[in-house]
Design a protein around this ligand. Structure first.
Ligand code: ATP
Ligand code: MG
Length: 508
């Protein structure tokens, strides 16, 4: 009797198992066990991968950042306040992607590539994961082409090549953003796409930048990726990666791109906030141990590709803010060691009216020199030396001691060099003009000009050459060199122009 009952039960079970069909689509499902400050922990998700996008109850999205044996940790991207414990979480099977392509240029988007400029849908045809491996050594080529910024001090002393990573570092309000924006503005008509990533800035500041780009006709080739201070830490954290993916698409399609990350200190702070909420152990300055990896995997993606790989390039200008000029803090030293050089802007120089406030001693470009034009190399070769000599001698001169003629001469030349390197924002020089200006100041042809008139004089002289001596400008442009003959002609023209210029001053 009992045997038949068991048989019946076993048959029923076998039948039920045969009939069983679960609506299984290959994705695992779990439940939120903790939610707070934009971070969730969930269990039941056995097969998710690092960086995978999760769907929380069809309302919010999250990115997996922590994988434990029984549970995962993730950061919520949208509507973090409406996520609470016990909600259903599904893995989506793919990592976070952003829309990419030429459609993005001329637009302002958030960290996930959604338009925020009120100009309607973007209509991008392609998507790209925000995290991607950097190009391998095989794919890379030597940096040989200059990326002209139009800022004389930068182009002469810390030249940037296409594919280089050059850090812009300095205290707050020292003109860091202005240098980067000027570099973007100067790419007009030069076939370089630009991506400006604003991280943790005030929305009003970003809107000012978008306005400047728009007014100066630079927005059409620029994409602004914006995660303002009001956005959550996760959105600020992914913003540079999204910007990088947008730039990467252009690089791999053979174009030149310039990407600005403004700034990585705020990015590090956002990452620190997330990591602490995820209960990761904190290290120096409370940053998590992988903060170096965070920035290196971002910046390593900038490259100059070889001709067999499309020949595109991605030049990265990360910005880092220092506190009281301390470049030996954790994040600044990390980023300095990742990049190929730095432009160090100093607040004392800025306040003394030397703008851009470039500290020549601490600024370097490790690879840009090989991308500099021959003419520029010739005229700027001794510039650093002159400036350092001037700085040394002028500190002596402060004591009011008697100076010999050659020292006085050197100080006078130094003063004029410093004046020539001063440049207001959004007033880029043409590359030929840069060469001519440096030539005349290094050849000591401005001794007659009073120091406060030097800047005005060289600008007026360049306009004079453009109108009256087109041949000189054309020749330097064509040959990309400044020879002895043309040098003599320029010297003649300076003398000629000086007479005319000083007459004007007297008449005034
Ligand atoms: P923050 O730390 O707030 O991001 P920042 O270092 O990015 O500041 P900017 O916003 O670029 O600095 O510039 C600070 C101020 O200095 C601005 O008002 C700007 O107009 C002015 N400024 C920047 N560069 C120059 C320049 N070359 N000539 C004159 N003024 C300048
Ligand atoms: Mg700034």
């Amino acid at each position: 009797m009992a045997e038949t009952v068991y048989k019946k039960i076993s048959q029923d079970i076998t039948e039920k198992i045969k009939k069983f069909s679960a609506d299984y689509n290959g994705r695992s499902t779990g439940r939120v066990i903790f939610s707070g400050d934009g971070v969730i922990r969930a269990d039941g998700l056995s097969d998710v991968q690092y960086g995978e996008m999760l769907d929380i109850d069809g309302k919010s999205r999250a990115i997996v950042l922590d994988l434990h044996e029984k549970e995962i940790g993730a950061i919520v991207l949208d509507e973090a306040d409406s996520v609470y414990a016990n909600m259903l979480v599904k893995s989506t099977g793919h990592v976070v992607e952003v829309p990419v392509g030429v459609e993005l240029f001329g637009r302002v988007v958030d960290s996930l590539g959604n338009p925020i400029d009120g100009l309607g849908p973007i209509g991008a045809k392609a998507f790209r994961p925000i995290e991607a491996p950097a190009p391998s050594i095989r794919e890379r080529a030597k940096i040989t082409e200059p990326l002209h910024t139009g800022i004389l001090a930068v182009d002469a002393m810390v030249p940037i090549g296409k594919g280089q990573r050059e850090l812009i570092i300095g205290d707050r309000q020292t003109g860091k953003t202005s240098v980067a924006i000027d570099a973007i503005l100067n790419q007009k008509g030069k076939n370089v796409y630009c991506v400006y990533v604003a991280i943790g800035q005030k929305a009003s500041a970003v809107s000012g930048i978008v306005h400047t780009l728009g007014v100066r006709g630079a927005l059409e080739y620029t994409c602004v990726v914006c995660a303002t201070a009001r956005d959550s830490a996760p959105l600020q954290y992914i913003a540079p990666f999204s910007g990088c993916a947008i730039a990467e698409e252009m690089m791999y399609s053979g174009k030149d791109v310039l990407v600005v990350y403004d700034d990585l200190s705020k990015h590090a702070v956002a990452y620190r906030a997330m990591s602490l909420l995820l209960k990761r152990p904190s290290g120096r300055e409370a940053y998590p141990g992988d903060i170096f990896y965070l920035h290196s995997r971002l910046l390593e993606r900038a490259a100059k590709l070889g001709s067999g790989f499309g020949g595109g390039s991605m030049t990265a200008l990360p910005i880092v803010e220092t506190q009281a000029g301390d470049i030996s803090a954790y994040v600044p030293t990390n980023v300095i060691s990742i990049t190929d050089g730095q432009i160090y802007l100093e607040s004392t120089l800025f306040n003394a009216g030397v703008r851009p406030a470039l500290n020549v001693g601490l600024s370097v470009s490790r690879v840009g020199g090989s991308a500099q034009s021959r003419a520029m190399k010739k005229v700027s070769g001794r510039l650093r030396l002159y400036l350092s000599q001037y700085r040394e001698l002028s500190s002596f001169a402060q004591f009011g001691s008697e100076l010999d003629n050659s020292t006085v001469q050197m100080i006078e030349t130094g003063k004029r060099i410093v004046e020539v390197l001063k440049q207001s924002k959004h007033s880029a020089y043409d590359s030929v003009h840069e060469v001519i200006i440096l030539y005349i100041v290094m050849k000591d042809l401005l001794q007659e000009v009073p120091t406060d008139k030097v800047n005005d004089f060289v600008k007026a002289f360049c306009s004079f050459l453009d109108i009256n001596c087109v041949d000189i400008v054309c020749e330097i442009n064509e040959k990309n060199d400044i020879g002895l003959e043309i040098g003599l002609v320029i010297e003649e023209r300076v003398k000629e122009f000086s007479k005319f210029y000083f007459e004007e001053i007297v008449n005034e």
